[in-house]
Design a protein around this ligand. Structure first.
Ligand code: FUB
Ligand code: ZN
Length: 629
């Protein structure tokens, strides 16, 4: 394996992180027991697994789709992450069967693709713009790395190295190679993983090539279209900004186009910036992320409002009911912000990551782990519901691999620091300066802001403990071994306690967790005059099942009092928010459509639940934003 050349912070691998809380623990168990097996069945039933047998012949149904391989690959990743933390013979058997099938489909030159190998072999690498070959290859590489790390078996890893070597022989700037790159980014970040696990620079260089080549003129997608006999200016998506290829990455200033593609691309670019210590590239990414989070992101961390391009539109255009906000896009934002945080330990990246994690991505899966949202709107009149699967099934295995790998987001470490990014009860086992250190977290986060961290060391060790102060908190009380800690340093939103730690030293944090009223920038016309509720990292919504008055008739007064109540039997145990509000009365409006006096408002009580948990009970309306009254 390669040395970590990022110089900065390394995520603690999730098999060194124990999650023992009542929030994520049940989700991770459900992921293993329900989600992974039911998704495996979907992969079987829909023909995605059988496609790797390469038995398809013209006229047969179903025809292996161009990106089916990616669904299988993400599922393998989820399975591998799951068994890394908790052995599970049944998942391992499903995973090994899948891996064997996949490897058996490899062509003598290294190529793997269940669509192109049998459906249109003559068209291999002829439409990188639309046809996802390198995207699928990237997901397969990620699966291979996860499988190798989980099992130590090189079967899939060797196959994917062979595939990557072949891809490297086809693409690049050297004479005779194609100067292409994928219309759907993904392979860039995957090659970095392959480089990290093998130490082979070739994969890093190939990733760098794909990242830097994108967007240069003459445009590869134009040339490729002409070679297919099409007109270069007849691109169905109209602009290469759709796939972040209108200009080279270093000239990009605005988050545009397809949201998932953008997130994966900038994740790969952030990896590259970190490894090469490339502050120029990093500052491009910083500005892009800033553009996203200050002008184009939903309160939930959902991104990409428009269904037509599955992506971005214009600044401050954030419609609620028609929000596309694909689950994969919120997951992509987690991937990207996590990489930015690694390079630059600034808690505002962790805030973005946490927002997308607890809200806009987690909403993508039902509490029972068997139904999914592809789109994550912030309002619904009652017709939007989770589905068991989709023809385009990118989101289900994506949220599954995210939940299975949660541990890797919690801690970072480097030669001198142990860093806590997320508060999750359990423990992390770190090596700092050759010393083995366990950090034990006790907390009921995200339901309250009290966190106790106990340091366990064999012998006294000097290191800095860096603890994130979440952006949502208005302050923090800190104590060390029961004594208030008045003069702790804070660097970029991380509290730093540098000392010689003794076994059993305990830091206690208290982030007061109040219900906050949240308002949107006045330029967001869809939220004008509206208010939302957030408590800690959790964004709330109202659902019809708890509230008899429809949301457009509810006004939340400025002085509304909120009561946060933990309800152990509701939605797996959640804090709900009860508030006094005003509800517009339709008494006296029977048969009257317009009147010169406004409707009367009466006192009413409303109940809000965490956004991620909506649509898990009786179907009905939902709204995050309410009228501010
Ligand atoms: O194109 C592959 C995946 O399908 C994308 O990431 C999603 O947005 C969906 O279009
Ligand atoms: Zn998706």
């Amino acid at each position: 394996m390669s040395d970590d050349r990022r110089g900065g912070n390394s995520p603690l691998p999730f098999n060194k992180v124990k999650i023992e809380d009542n929030f994520w623990g049940p989700r991770i168990r459900t992921n293993a027991k329900q989600t992974i097996p039911t998704q495996f069945k979907q992969l079987e039933d829909t023909g995605r697994l059988a496609a790797f047998k390469l038995e398809w012949k013209p006229g047969m149904e179903p025809v292996p789709h161009i990106f089916w391989d990616s669904d299988v690959a993400k599922w393998i990743e989820a399975a591998a992450y799951t068994i890394s933390v908790q052995s599970d013979a049944s998942i391992e058997a499903m995973m090994n069967k899948t891996v064997d099938l996949l490897v058996s489909s490899q062509q003598p030159d290294g190529y793997i693709n269940s669509h192109y190998t049998v459906v249109e072999p003559e068209n291999r690498w002829t439409n990188l713009r639309d046809c996802h070959e390198l995207y699928c290859a990237g997901h397969l590489m990620e699966a291979a790395v996860a499988h190798y790390r989980a099992t130590g078996k090189r079967t899939l890893l060797d196959a994917m190295c062979k595939y990557a070597d072949y891809i490297d022989s086809v693409f690049g700037v050297e004479p005779g190679k194609k100067r292409g790159y994928c219309g759907h980014e993904e392979i860039e970040l995957a090659l970095v993983k392959l480089y990290e696990v093998t130490g082979n620079d070739r994969y890093l260089k190939l990733s760098e090539y794909f990242i830097e080549e994108r967007g240069y003129l003459p445009h590869y997608f134009d040339q490729e279209a002409i070679a297919r006999g099409e007109k270069a200016d007849e691109y169905w998506a109209k602009t290469y900004a759709y796939c972040q290829a209108d200009v080279p990455v270093r000239e990009q200033t605005t988050i545009a186009g397809h949201a998932v593609r953008a997130m994966y691309f900038y994740s790969g670019a952030a990896d590259l910036a970190g490894i090469n210590n490339d502050s120029g590239l990093f500052s491009v990414l910083e500005s892009l992320l800033d553009n996203l989070t200050t002008k184009r992101m939903y309160l939930t961390g959902g991104i990409g409002p428009s269904a037509s391009n599955e992506g971005f539109t214009t600044d401050f255009d954030l419609p609620n009911e028609t929000a596309y906000a694909e689950t994969c896009a919120a997951i992509g934002l987690i991937l990207w912000s996590h990489r930015m945080l690694r390079f630059d330990l600034d808690s505002h990246y962790a805030d973005v990551m946490e927002r997308a994690l607890y809200n806009g991505s987690l909403s993508g899966i039902s509490l029972d782990g068997t139904r999914y949202f592809y789109e994550n709107p912030l309002a619904s009149s009652g017709s939007h519901h989770r589905q068991k699967w989709f023809d385009c099934a990118c989101c289900p295995p994506n949220i599954t691999r995210m939940i299975a790998s949660l541990g890797s987001y919690v801690y970072f470490y480097n030669d001198t620091d142990a860093i806590v990014n997320l508060y999750v009860q359990g423990e992390g086992q770190l090596e700092i300066g050759g010393r083995h250190i366990t950090l034990k977290q006790e907390t009921n986060y995200p339901w309250d802001g009290n966190v106790a961290i106990t340091v366990q060391v064999d012998q006294s060790s000097t290191f800095a403990l860096k603890l994130r102060i979440p952006g949502w908190s208005d302050g923090v009380e800190v104590s060390l071994n029961g004594e208030p800690l008045e003069a702790a340093d804070v660097e970029k939103g991380y509290l730093k306690i540098n000392r010689e730690w003794r076994n059993g030293d305990k830091v206690e944090l208290n982030f007061p967790m109040l219900v906050k009223r949240i308002y949107a920038n006045p330029n967001v016309k869809q939220d004008s005059g509206m208010v939302a509720m957030q408590r800690g990292p959790i964004v709330y919504c109202l659902e019809g099942v708890d509230n008899s008055i429809q949301p457009h008739k509810i006004l939340l007064p400025d002085d509304a009092e909120f009561e946060a109540v933990f309800e152990p039997d509701l939605l797996g145990g959640v804090v709900t928010i009860i508030a006094d509000a005003l509800c517009l009365d339709d008494q006296g409006w029977d048969g009257v459509l317009y009147n010169d006096t406004p409707p009367a408002a009466r006192q009413c009580t409303i109940k809000a639940i965490p956004y991620y948990a909506w649509d898990n009970r009786e179907p009905g309306w939902m709204s995050v934003w309410l009228r501010n009254g």
